[in-house]
Design a protein around this ligand. Structure first.
Ligand SMILES: *Cc1c(COP(=O)(O)O)cnc(C)c1O
Length: 412
């Protein structure tokens, strides 16, 4: 196929065919081999020395995974992508590959629970972390120090749906030459490309909406090409030999993926690639369902609060309408005190109590008692998480069925 510019879905569907695939296979085959043999031992040596492309050992690269990395790069309009076994593997790689004791990072305080926990670990290992309310760039600016290496935010925070001041933080990082890392999991590259606001690295948990089916774990780091790695102090001499644009991912692939070993398996990569073909279709449907459900709940006096970025009442709805294609598929809400949230969840017939999101099925979870239980009430309160908060990852069910289910559980 030529390098013609196609739309989002066409690009994903046909990307594998840009390179020859065995027997005209329409899907990149699942290559399970861990080792890759060469006819000429000199060629093996030159692959190891990075003088020619090729695969060495399954932990550092695999043809099936590489085809997925190519697709994610296309989705994010990036220059390169590294896949990991999980989204947390990708976020952990930032620490392992790029940070040193004595560094400082600024992170949004509205975070996925395990990322919050990871930053606690990082703080105990010599990297200082400042948590700020990233819905206002002024808080990020006030936290910056001369040794700040990275600003980390999520697009739409899980579960309270705060939206970071994405464009202004990007501008600030550009002015200060600081690496801007955006976790795009909740928006996906279909709703929003963090490159548009100056992100240098983009995180995606592939487990969630990109795969969409909930049958495989995976994560990715994409380099958008915007960050100047020649100015980053911790690139080892070995990786300085690469062109500046390639230095960040070269070091991440060796120091984080290879040395820590959170490699994505080829079977999971295959499942994720198949799921990703319908990302745009699913996001349109789940977003429409989420907006309809959010509007219904907001209008009901038995519901005390609804947090959905696509609602006009959401504090950052202006950013959502200017930067994102839709408000996404994640919402959370609080019932009035007289309704027990557990009883409510037990009355749902379609919403399934489960801890995942971005699935084709609607999943519900009582946040404070499960995914955000470990961090304690004080930290939850600082994240705006009420003890009765219910998170909903809206699926692709028929809209009327979904609304009827959430309504009957209120009526009962
Ligand atoms: C789920 C999630 C992650 C972690 O991804 P896993 O694939 O579960 O490791 C990171 N960030 C956000 C915003 C998430 O929702």
């Amino acid at each position: 196929m030529s390098e013609q510019k196609y739309g989002f879905t066409t690009t994903i569907l046909h990307n594998d065919r840009r390179k020859a695939i065995e027997q005209g296979s329409l899907h990149k085959p699942v290559h399970t081999s861990v080792a890759f043999g060469y006819q000429d031992a000199r060629q093996l040596a030159s692959v190891f020395q990075g003088k020619e492309p090729g695969f060495r050992y399954g932990r550092q690269g695999n043809p099936t995974v590489s085809a997925l990395e190519d697709k994610i790069s296309k989705m994010e309009d990036g220059v390169g992508t590294i896949c990991f076994a999980t989204g947390m593997g990708a976020i952990g790689a930032l620490f392992q590959g790029l940070l040193r004791a004595g560094d400082h990072i600024v992170s949004s305080s509205f975070l996925f629970g395990n990322t919050n926990s990871l930053w606690q670990t990082v703080s105990s290992q010599g990297v200082a972390v400042d948590f700020v309310d990233a819905t206002d760039v002024a808080n990020v600016a006030a936290a910056l120090r001369p040794d700040t290496r990275m600003v980390f935010v999520e697009t739409i925070a899980n579960p309270r749906t705060q939206v970071a001041d994405l464009a202004r933080i990007g501008q600030l990082c550009r002015e200060r030459g600081i690496l801007y890392v955006v976790d795009n999991t909740m928006t996906t590259p279909y709703l929003f490309r963090p490159k548009a606001v100056g992100a240098g690295l983009v995180v995606n948990s592939l487990t969630k909406s990109i795969a969409g089916h909930g049958i495989a774990l995976g994560g990715a780091l994409t380099d958008t090409g915007l960050f100047d790695w020649s100015a980053y102090p911790h690139i080892a001499a070995n990786f300085r030999k690469q062109p500046p644009a390639a230095q960040g991912l070269a070091q991440l692939r060796a120091k984080a993926l290879r040395d820590f070993g959170a490699a994505l398996g080829p079977e999971a990569a295959h499942h994720i690639a198949v799921g990703a073909e319908t990302l745009a279709l699913r996001m349109e449907r789940t977003s429409a369902n989420a907006l309809a459900l959010a509007r219904m709940l907001e209008a009901d006096e038995r519901v005390a609060a609804v947090h959905y970025p696509g609602l006009a009442s959401h504090p950052q709805n202006g950013i959502v309408t200017s930067l994102f294609r839709t408000g996404g598929s994640l919402m959370s809400f609080e019932l009035v005190d007289s309704i027990d949230p557990f009883d409510y969840l037990n009355r749902l017939k379609l919403g399934i109590p489960a801890s995942n999101l971005g699935d084709t099925r609607t999943l519900v979870i009582p946040v404070a008692h499960t995914i955000f239980f470990e961090m304690g009430a004080e930290r939850r309160a600082s994240m705006g998480i009420a003890e009765s908060l219910i998170r909903v990852s809206v699926g692709i069910e028929d809209t009327e069925d979904l609304l009827a289910d959430f309504r009957q559980a209120l009526d009962a």
